[in-house]
Design a binder for this molecule. Structure first.
Ligand SMILES: [Zn+2]
Length: 84
């Protein structure tokens, strides 16, 4: 897998979104503040400032209290967690 969040198993859309640090930067934060912000998100330890948001929507089960699947933002297909 060459990207962070993989590809849609149905339409092959790239599921990587914007860089996490871009959000605070567009809000006028300094790079130092942006890096502090980015450290709170999963994936920081692996990807650091290259970490990206995932574009797929996580499908959360209240009953199971965990994410059970994902939905593609481009084709709206859903798949089980761990199957991509
Ligand atoms: Zn798709």
């Amino acid at each position: 897998m060459s990207n962070i969040h993989g590809y849609c198993p149905f339409c092959s859309a790239n599921l990587d979104g914007d860089l996490v640090i871009n959000y605070p930067l567009t809000e006028g934060k300094t790079m130092e503040e942006a890096l502090e912000y980015a450290k709170d998100y999963s994936g920081w330890s692996e990807h650091k400032e290259k970490n990206r948001w995932g574009r797929a929507t996580a499908l959360y089960s209240i009953v199971k209290d965990r994410v059970i699947g994902y939905r593609c933002p481009d084709c709206n297909e859903t798949w089980d967690r761990g199957k991509k």
